[in-house]
Design a protein around this ligand. Structure first.
Ligand code: ZN
Length: 348
């Protein structure tokens, strides 16, 4: 058993004194860390309280990671985007139909400036352990804009077309040729490279802690939920090799119909790539929307991760989404089981 870190994502509470109670509950459920999922609205509106919430978590012994949750809809997650609300331009454009979609184009100077400022603001003010790139992806033109495939793809906006033409000397094709795929992957990498380097260059002066740990959580490339793997970050080996990253994380298996062998295979692949590139391997457990028929399956997944050499296990989300549209059935039972599983894999 090599598990050193266990945690859940947490969102929607903006009062430090209220969050403190939830952090106590997380400790009682054997969490050693919390992923603070921050929407653009949180960072804009509730900003004064965010560092205080981070401090509360740390006071209770939890490591804190900051998740740029759903920002620009470039990252995964449900929150709406202020950037999209305030910018009718700078959106990803579909290649075949030329339609704008509800996702910021991360190659545009406008979004890059907005996103990097948001990262800098968090990095300057919060005494957190790390920053977390949550399922970044090119949008797929389907409603709701998501990760699933259609024949169409993004982004072929004027900025992307210009950048492509500068690099290759011809008009950006409307089909996903190998050169277009490579161009997309390179651009997808550049924005997060810039943001990671920025975060790592900043630490409040009064802190002597080491630089930020940067995690990228990549979407699964090996289950049956997603039809396309051309989202910009689907080559796990390339992601694991990013020098700016400290933790190599791979996202949730989104169905409890998948057998334990699927979880094992993904864990083993995650660990192998993390070790190859000297990163900390992280796997996720689904605590929302569905629960396994036998709730004990959650414990078996955690054990499998531990046996495979996963060092950091997280689950989405606190209390299994209790009270939200994404609640697991019997969420408190799922949350209790997760806590027991965490206790076991931590050897407590
Ligand atoms: Zn674009």
């Amino acid at each position: 058993m090599a598990v050193k870190e266990t945690g859940v994502s947490y969102y929607g509470i903006s009062y430090p004194e209220h969050a403190a109670r939830d952090f106590t509950e997380m400790r009682a459920h054997h969490c050693t860390a919390v992923l603070l999922a921050l929407s653009e609205f949180d960072v804009f509106f509730w900003f004064p309280n965010i560092p205080k919430i981070v401090e509360e978590a740390r006071n209770q012994g939890l490591d804190v990671y900051l998740d740029t949750w759903g920002v620009g809809k470039f990252f995964g997650g449900e929150p709406p985007s202020l950037f999209l609300q305030e910018n009718i331009q700078n959106r990803q454009i579909t290649a075949l139909t030329g339609e704008p979609v509800a996702a910021a184009c991360f190659n545009t100077p406008a979004f890059q400036e907005y996103f990097l400022e948001l990262v800098e603001k968090l990095a300057r003010s919060c005494d957190a352990q790390g920053i977390f790139w949550d399922e970044p992806h090119f949008a797929m033109p389907i409603y709701p804009v998501g990760y699933q495939s259609t024949a169409d793809w993004t982004c072929r906006c004027s900025v992307c077309q210009k950048l492509f033409e500068q690099e290759y000397g011809y008009t950006m094709p409307k089909v996903l040729t190998d050169q277009v795929k490579r161009f997309r992957r390179r651009k997808a990498r550049q924005i997060l490279q810039s943001a990671s380097q920025l975060a790592k260059s900043i630490r409040p002066e009064w802190l002597l802690r080491p630089e930020w740990l940067v995690t990228q959580c990549s979407l699964p490339a090996e289950n049956n939920y997603y039809l396309s793997y051309e989202r910009g970050y689907d080559d796990w080996e390339q992601v694991a090799a990013f020098p700016e990253y400290d933790i190599f994380s791979t996202s949730i298996v989104t169905s409890y119909d998948a057998p334990l062998a699927t979880h094992q295979r993904l864990a083993e692949k995650t660990v192998a790539l993390a070790r190859k590139y000297k990163k900390i391997p992280q796997r996720w457990i689904m605590s929302y929307l569905e629960s396994p028929v036998d709730i004990d399956f959650i414990r078996q997944i955690a054990r499998t991760y531990a046996d495979s050499g996963v060092e950091s296990i997280f689950s989405w989300t606190y209390r299994a989404g209790f009270g939200t549209i994404l609640s697991a059935p019997e969420p408190i039972n799922a949350w209790r089981t997760l806590g027991e599983a965490y206790k076991e894999v931590l050897g407590q």
